[in-house]
Design a protein around this ligand. Structure first.
Ligand SMILES: NC(=O)c1ccc[n+]([C@@H]2O[C@H](COP(=O)([O-])OP(=O)(O)OC[C@H]3O[C@@H](n4cnc5c(N)ncnc54)[C@H](O)[C@@H]3O)[C@@H](O)[C@H]2O)c1
Length: 407
């Protein structure tokens, strides 16, 4: 396959600008298109500033910076894309708008061009309905910031051609990324498996087991996660995180495992969206973030059966130094992640290697969850999940087939 030399990126917001910068860095001519000239100006301005910083740090030469910037051609129209081999759509998350963009891309590009969507939560197959040849359409899901985060989830829709998937892999690899392959299912890999981290932490907070800073500390200390769930939600934006939870929940037939949490909903309604508004689960008005969501502490009882399972789980997961409350927090959150990874694997969303790669490269998890579950032991994971499931009525901790069937 020839090298990819010319691409189009439609949408010049956060993701489109990042993808354009990435491709230009790796030698591609990029047609960056947005309906809003102001967004294009802002995108080019942002890319220029990032490249200037890179020159200052000695990572990029002035000549390289100039060449990379010159490779990005902006336009407010989806036209003149005769040489484009790959077009990546990164417009707002709205199926009607995406359909219109794909129709225009179909008219403006050669029939051989692959048309990719960067959607986080819509089905690739449903986006592909807009064009007459859906075999050209695939998902290329980048992570924010696109020039930095190594993962790209490549999603084959029902009718995507293998050649389209191959081209996406080729592009991602040429741009220094780590591509993984995921089935066209809600949340793909990362946005599905990561729900466990956020939603279980929110449940623990809501149940009054521990405060946001305590839960974050447990996951950093005993789980070696780089950021705790509340710090991470504040960084991502509570509105963005809540929208993904809601979308996955809706598409998963409102399964109790994915129910968005009322605490997060109320913070979004109050415009406490995290770092970007100066307040989320923490308050950001000094050097150190201060917890801004008070915990109403309540006592909790563990059944002897669950206590034993939790202890075995924590010993295998290396959290023996923790207090019993810390072990409870740690084992609930980690078991939720492992169960979701197991569920994605059992549903053939991706291979076990790709699930593990996605979670370490897309969200910086310290370990791949399926390798982690292997080390802990599937029966031990099942023991914790069964113990938790016995305490609820909605089956939200029902072990995934991978663990349920473990011998
Ligand atoms: N922000 C993230 O962290 C993230 C991560 C992965 C994927 N995504 C997905 O990437 C896509 C873009 O997200 P974003 O955060 O960059 O959004 P954004 O709001 O920053 O940018 C969207 C851009 O699309 C432009 N646009 C709207 N309609 C258009 C049209 N008809 N033609 C051309 N441009 C149009 C807007 O002017 C805007 O500049 C979404 O599908 C989102 O789900 C976002």
């Amino acid at each position: 396959m020839d090298n990819i030399q010319t691409i189009a990126v439609v949408g010049g917001g956060t993701m489109g600008a990042g993808i354009a910068q990435l491709a230009a860095k790796h030698g591609c001519t990029v047609h960056l298109i947005d309906i809003d000239q102001g967004m294009l100006d802002r995108a080019v301005d942002g890319i220029t500033k990032r490249l200037d910083r890179s020159v200052e740090k000695g990572k990029t030469s002035q000549a390289d910076r100039d060449v990379q910037l010159a490779r990005i051609v902006t336009s407010t129209e989806i036209t003149g894309l005769d040489n484009v081999q790959l077009a990546i759509e990164a417009v707002v998350e709205n199926i009607d708008i995406k359909h219109k963009v794909f129709q225009s891309l179909q008219d403006a590009t050669p029939d051989s061009a692959v048309l990719a969507t960067n959607t986080s939560s819509l089905s690739v197959s449903s986006i592909a309905e807009a064009v007459s040849d859906p075999s050209r359409v695939i998902g290329m899901h980048f992570f924010n910031p696109a020039p930095v985060m190594p993962l790209v989830e490549v999603i084959a829709g029902q009718q995507s051609a293998e050649a389209s998937v191959d081209l996406a892999f080729q592009a991602a690899t040429a741009w220094g990324k780590v591509p993984v392959r995921a089935k066209d299912t809600p949340g793909f890999i990362v946005n599905r498996v990561a729900r466990g981290y956020y939603l279980e932490a929110l449940r623990l907070l809501g149940e009054g087991v521990a405060g946001v800073d305590e839960i974050d500390l447990v996951m950093r200390t005993h789980g070696a996660f780089r950021m705790g769930p509340f710090e991470l939600m504040d960084l991502v934006g509570l509105d963005v995180n809540f929208a993904v939870s809601t979308s996955v929940w809706e598409q998963m037939d409102r399964h109790a495992r994915f129910t968005p949490h009322d605490i997060q909903k109320s913070l979004v309604e109050q415009n406490h969206l995290g770092r970007k508004t100066g307040r989320g689960f923490y308050l950001y008005d000094g050097d150190t973030p201060i917890p801004a969501y008070p915990v109403e502490r309540k006592s909790f009882q563990l059944s002897p059966l669950f206590s034993d399972a939790m202890l075995a789980f924590c010993v295998k997961a290396g959290a023996t130094e923790a207090t019993s409350t810390e072990q409870y927090v740690f084992s609930r959150i980690l078991a939720a992640i492992l169960n979701e990874a197991g569920s994605a694997y059992s549903a053939s969303v991706a291979s076990s290697d790709d699930i593990d790669t996605a979670m370490t490269k897309g969200t910086n998890y310290p370990r791949g969850p399926l390798a982690w579950a292997d080390d802990i032991g599937h029966r031990t994971v099942r023991g914790v999940l069964n113990g938790l499931n016995a305490s609820v009525e909605d089956e939200r901790y029902e072990p995934a087939a991978l663990f349920a069937n473990a011998q």
